[in-house]
Design a protein around this ligand. Structure first.
Ligand SMILES: Cc1cc2nc3c(=O)[nH]c(=O)nc-3n(C[C@H](O)[C@H](O)[C@H](O)COP(=O)(O)O)c2cc1C
Length: 479
């Protein structure tokens, strides 16, 4: 019988870069500093085994293996045991010279006439932002990330994926991931060209500046979340708490500090995202002060602070703001179809719009052709991106499930609910039972599965809402 595993010890000095045409291992084991592989075995095999079946030669374990090789080597572990079905060993060769990591060079961002991917906690990881950019989003936002959490992260360069991963020192999860841009490259990808905005949750000018400066190579612009209405956020003085009269001076100080310390010093724009205040006068008065801080652009989510997403947006209330705006104004709220983009522009007087749920439900909303693609096809491409970037299966399921909350009464949705890993997700969206999804699309009012706290839960307090078993992981783990 053919031996399935041939395990070899490879000293770091002998590691070699796996080439694209090398044999794709069907499984692998690593041994770190002569500790047995079993201590790290579960996460490795969990990830490795996900891809054993369907993805073998496309995106499978080769990338997985290379990811571990690159990152383990960087962390100066001395010995690796790798195995593949033929006993062919592969490994990474060079140490990363951090000073030579390509950065995201400063680019001019024009916020006028843009269609923008809104920040969405748990959704806007790199794979989702990449696909939005590929479809045609002009600017993409990260999810809201809390400054104190980012402060405890360390940047690590992932050579294979060409990303900077900001790794939590506490639990080694990847808190934020961004592509680097090689300025000498002739062919940057769409998502390398599209500006990435890092959205901060903060209540402190000093911490905000410190984090923004530490991460300066990992974003193209920085945004302050001033709209989140949830308890944990407002309790910490963040989000919509910054819009309260007693905190407005602090909000302005955060922006002034970032404008001086980031925008003027490094040329990377500073912006903020707010909601409507109780009266038009209050909103206008605050808006005037915000734009006088020197920020490059302001986004207004056309809902009052306590309003939930399922309540209709008051787009017309943005129009008076557009009359006094001296900086580009971005309108946000209720863009669900390509034709809504023009509608919101004309109602609000804004030339730019920002889309959240409309993008979550079908990322092809950003297509310049203004025609949505079949969302099942979009889901297939998105799943491929998740796998390529080793995005946690639990989060991937969460996003794909939310994508189809517009179809919560379908067999497809039921299949998604039962998924336990990438394999299941792949099967669920590739299985064809001839179901007519179009006829089963729910109206916005009918969509009941939107978790109430969704527009507010920051990654720091992320709790999986799905019941998952191995190989699901709640966070994007850096091992
Ligand atoms: C899943 C989800 C997560 C969100 N996370 C954030 C966030 O991190 N920061 C933020 O400012 N707004 C967040 N929001 C609010 C959206 O950015 C947007 O303001 C709101 O959904 C209204 O836009 P829409 O009508 O296009 O959905 C989130 C919304 C959703 C649906």
């Amino acid at each position: 019988m053919k031996k399935l595993f041939s395990i070899k010890k490879i000293p770091t000095s002998l590691w070699k870069q796996p080439s694209d045409n090398c044999y794709y291992p069907s499984s692998f084991v690593l041994c770190v500093n002569n500790r047995t592989a079993t201590s790290i075995n579960s996460s490795i095999t969990a990830r490795g085994s996900i891809q054993q079946r369907n993805f073998k030669t496309r995106i499978g374990t080769f990338q997985e293996l290379n990811y571990y090789f690159t990152n383990f080597q960087k962390r100066e572990y001395s010995t690796m045991i790798a195995s593949d079905t033929n006993g062919i060993t592969t490994g990474a060769s060079t140490d990363t010279d951090v000073s030579s990591i390509p950065k995201r060079p400063v680019i001019q961002i024009d916020y006028r006439n843009k269609v923008i991917l809104a920040p969405m906690v748990r959704v806007n990881g790199l794979p989702f932002r990449r696909l939005a950019a590929q479809y045609g989003a002009d600017i993409v936002y990260s999810e809201e990330l809390v400054d104190k959490k980012l402060l405890k992260c360390k940047p690590v360069y992932n050579e294979k994926l060409k990303t900077i991963d900001y790794i939590s020192e506490k639990d080694k999860s990847i808190v934020y991931q961004v592509e680097v841009v090689d300025k000498d490259s002739d062919s940057p990808t769409a998502s390398q060209k599209v500006p990435t905005v890092l959205q901060l949750g903060t209540s402190s000018p000093e911490i905000a500046l410190k984090v923004a400066e530490l991460m300066i190579d990992g974003y193209d612009a920085i945004d302050v979340n001033m709209g989140c209405p949830k308890k944990f956020s407002v309790k910490g003085g963040m989000g919509s708490a910054l819009l309260r009269p007693e905190n407005q001076e602090n909000a302005l100080e955060i922006l002034r500090t970032l404008v001086k310390g980031i925008q003027e010093k490094y040329g990377k724009p500073v912006t903020c995202k707010i909601r409507l205040l109780d009266s038009p006068e209050q909103t206008l008065e605050l808006f005037e002060k915000l734009q006088n801080t020197g920020v490059t652009a302001i986004c207004v989510h056309a809902r009052y602070i306590p309003q939930r997403p399922r309540e209709k947006a008051h787009s017309h209330l943005i129009e008076p703001i557009s009359k006094i705006a001296k900086v580009p104004l971005i309108a946000n709220g209720d863009v669900f179809k390509p034709e809504d983009i023009e509608r919101v522009k004309s109602v609000t007087g804004c030339s730019s719009v920002m889309i959240a749920r409309g993008a979550m439900w079908n990322l092809s909303i950003f297509r310049k052709e203004k025609v949505l693609l079949d969302k099942l096809e979009v889901a297939k491409i998105l799943l491929d991106e998740f796998i390529k970037y080793q995005y946690p299966a639990g989060l991937s399921k969460y996003i794909i499930k939310r994508m189809f909350e517009t179809h919560a009464k379908t067999n497809l949705y039921k299949r998604l609910v039962g998924c336990k890993g990438y394999d299941d997700l792949h099967k669920a969206i590739h299985f064809n039972d001839g179901e007519d999804l179009n006829s089963k699309e729910l109206s916005i009012e009918q969509i009941t599965s939107i978790p109430e706290d969704d527009d507010v839960l920051p990654i720091t307090s992320y709790q999986s809402t799905t019941t998952v078993t191995e190989p699901f992981t709640k966070k994007q783990k850096y091992q």
